[in-house]
Design a protein around this ligand. Structure first.
Ligand code: NOJ
Length: 738
């Protein structure tokens, strides 16, 4: 014990010393800087090769870097280019290194499943690992900073950016945001780590109608209860930076929102890193109708706490004047500059501005077979088996002929999903197509026949005949359909989420053959496929799985991996049900058992979704039993241990995500009908039983009351354990007493 304390003391002093020395270095440098150079540090431009937004600036960037008027560049990647740009910064008076930022969202050269797909794995270690590998590759390519993770909760699949987040649930989203920050940042400062940037602060996922860049209007209670926790969790993991969001929140654009940035983030949460605006979001406050011009926009943003201006040119051309007019105190600018410089020091860029520019390291990191292995493993874990009614899956390896049909069989690029920034030239990036994956898997023993059938968005049925022809020769049909990769992502909101084109008609034609059909649905969001879900017995949701997509899909189809994915978002029956999410409030007229008489329901639809949150099948079955609570009443300084047994009752090894939900029966504000409060992903051999435990503590029972206090209130709680939010296997209740 004594030893530990002494050790802790040494660590604390070393930490304090190094902290102090970074702060001291920052102060010393700041003293040498002109106001113009300080403002330069707050200025970020995109490179010209891979714009990720509308470029509006025609600046002479190279010269400006040499003058010390740019602090950071985004969209410059590769050691060759980052070195060239860093060379320019080294010609500036104070030689302050540039920071290179990039949207490394789900991998860099090796791509992993899109974040929504990864969230379906419920495997936090795997998600941390994929972020780690992305960081290793990006850092080796000269990148210091990724604009990830996106911690925006969203309950609206029309919003194209659901692909980039962890779905609808606050608890799951918080855990994932934490894991991903840890993965990206590793030991920040070493050459294998990048800074994380938690985005988009705040509540971007609640854009009205799921339309990108749209307004957000919500109660403060809802903001604190549902939307803020994942950002906070990412901060608790040590996130170095935050990005603000495009939306206005209750009438104030997030970029100029002091409540969000000063009061919450930098105030109550004591965030010490820096905030970057979203692309052009400072200037966009003019279009919001919140400020008159770019100058007022700069004033609003810097006052609110946005430290770095991405692509608005608002700080660059207005802050100096605003200082002269005494509207912006230099101290405010100094604070923003210090936050940025501190990160540059912490990354070690002042010791070696080319620290991330080693060509040898780049080549090794971008060609590491361990990375592809990990990509395959997490891709298999992200696949969700939606239906397997006649046990068509897993397929036998003894099949003689398979017909592999559909518009997604042969393409490569789609498998990466949106935000795969390094994919310029598909041929030079690493992607295993679905065709290659299947053919690799079955080898020469099985004949695999191919027909496209139709294009994703085709109106023409010309290819049906060919599809029917190959189908007629096969024992099993695998049909790969969906929505193209670039139909989800930024600025990809959609009002119609049905399977596009004539794909459903192709299914109907193939169904007539009477052969078993396995449907693979590829998409970056929950799609709507009501008829298919009702009529086709075997459906696999593959999302976009990244570089190893083809191999991962084949692993699942042939049972080399037993699927374990669970939906991180509710799948609606029709667009009219949106927003639909499992943890809604209790209404005064709830509709149970489809009784809709004077009830809160749509009279033309069942009250349930098509597939609920937390849902996903396995090739085996699990039995839940023996639920025990260590006590039935608890005080708020106590906890309850919940234990239960899970048995693998099927014939193969499998993984189950055991989900724990709570319902607070009464509260000073209405409470959700159930809330995920814990989960465990466990592996069980066939016939094996494991006892697992959860702990219920006061934190799990607390919520934001109307005064925005995080409190628990005495009363009864229902406890539910199950295989999805709608498949509750065991129940009990307990009471919280004063
Ligand atoms: C706009 C997006 O909203 C944001 O997420 C991204 O990081 C930036 N563009 C930079 O590409």
């Amino acid at each position: 014990m004594k030893k530990l304390t002494a050790l802790a003391f040494v660590f604390a002093s070393v930490f304090a010393f190094s902290q102090e020395s970074v702060d001291q270095k920052v102060e010393n440098l700041l003293k040498k800087m002109t106001l113009e150079e300080k403002i330069g540090q707050l200025n970020q431009y995109t490179g010209d090769n891979a714009a990720t937004g509308p470029i509006t600036i025609n600046a002479n960037k190279q010269n400006e870097i040499k003058k010390g008027l740019i602090g950071s560049m985004l969209n410059i990647m590769g050691t060759k280019y980052t070195r060239q740009y860093q060379d320019l910064a080294m010609q500036s008076r104070l030689k302050i290194p540039l920071l290179f930022g990039l949207d490394v969202i789900h991998g860099y050269k090796t791509t992993f499943p899109i974040p929504l797909a990864e969230a379906a794995s419920w495997d936090l270690d795997a998600m941390e690992l994929s972020a780690r590998i992305a960081a290793v590759e990006a850092a080796a390519s000269g990148i210091h900073w990724t604009f990830a993770p996106m911690a925006d909760i969203s309950r609206d699949p029309r919003w194209g950016r659901v692909m980039e987040g962890a779905g609808e649930d606050t608890y799951l989203g918080s855990k994932i945001a934490y894991a991903r920050v840890k993965g990206f940042q590793g030991n920040l400062g070493d050459v294998n780590s990048v800074m994380a940037c938690v985005k988009h602060f705040a509540a971007y996922g609640a854009a009205v109608g799921g339309r990108d860049y749209n307004s957000v209007d919500m109660s403060n209670r809802m903001l604190w209860e549902t939307y803020l926790p994942p950002y906070k969790s990412a901060l608790d993991a040590g996130a170095a930076t935050f990005m603000n969001s495009f939306n206005d929140l209750n009438g104030i654009p997030a970029t100029g929102n002091s409540y969000l940035l000063r009061d919450i983030l930098k105030g109550k949460w004591n965030f010490q890193g820096f905030v970057v605006s979203d692309w052009g979001s400072i200037g966009e406050m003019v279009a919001h109708g919140y400020v008159k011009d770019n100058k007022e926009a700069a004033l609003s943003a810097i006052t609110a706490g946005s430290d770095m201006d991405m692509e608005s040119n608002a700080y660059r051309y207005n802050l100096e004047q605003l200082v002269k007019e005494n509207k912006v105190p230099v101290a405010l600018i100094d604070d923003a500059v210090k936050r940025i410089l501190r990160k540059k020091f912490e990354l070690g860029l002042f010791d070696d501005p080319y620290k991330f520019c080693s060509l040898e390291r780049e080549q090794a990191a971008l060609n590491n077979p361990e990375h592809t292995k990990a990509a395959r493993a997490i891709a298999t874990k992200s696949i969700v088996l939606l239906k397997n009614e006649r046990d068509v899956l897993p397929l036998s390896k003894g099949l003689k002929t398979i017909a592999f049909i559909g518009p997604m069989v042969k393409p490569k690029r789609d498998n990466h999903g949106f935000w795969a920034v390094d994919v310029k030239d598909v041929d030079s990036t690493y992607i295993v197509s679905q065709w290659e994956g299947l053919v690799n898997k079955v080898g020469k023993k099985t004949k695999v026949l191919y027909a496209k059938g139709c294009g994703v968005e085709d109106k023409s049925k010309e290819g049906f005949a060919d599809a029917l022809n190959v189908a007629s020769q096969a024992e099993v049909i695998i049909l790969s359909i969906g929505e193209n990769f670039n139909k989800s992502g930024e600025a990809k909101s959609k009002s119609n989420l049905q399977l596009p084109g004539v794909q459903v008609e192709l299914i109907k034609e193939l169904q007539k053959t009477g052969k078993p059909i396995v449907i693979l649905i590829n998409a970056g969001r929950p799609l709507i496929f009501d008829w298919v879900a009702d009529n086709m017995p075997t459906i696999v949701y593959t999302w976009w799985l990244g570089s190893e997509a083809g191999n991962a899909i084949a692993d699942v189809l042939f049972g080399d991996y037993n699927p374990s994915g669970k939906l991180p978002m509710t799948f609606p029956r029709t667009e009219g049900q949106i927003p639909i999410y499992y943890n809604h409030f209790s209404t005064g007229r709830p509709s149970f058992n489809e009784d809709k008489n004077y009830k809160s329901a749509y009279i033309d639809l069942p009250t349930t979704p098509k597939f609920p949150f937390g849902y996903g099948l396995s090739y085996t079955t699990f039995e839940y039993s023996n639920l025990k609570l260590s006590k039935k009443t608890m005080k708020n300084n106590e906890s309850i241990t919940v234990s239960l047994n899970i048995t693998n009752t099927g014939s193969v090894k499998g993984e189950e995500v055991v989900q724990l939900y709570l319902k607070d029966r009464f509260g000073s504000v209405v409470r959700p009908i159930s809330e995920l409060k814990d989960f465990q992903k466990i592996t069980l051999n066939r016939g094996e039983t494991k006892t697992i435990q959860f702990t219920i503590d006061n934190q799990k029972l607390s919520f934001y009351n109307n005064a925005l206090e995080f409190v628990s209130e005495p009363g009864d709680f229902d406890l539910m354990v199950g295989s999805s939010s709608a498949d509750i296997r065991l129940k009990d209740s307990f009471e919280l007493v004063k």
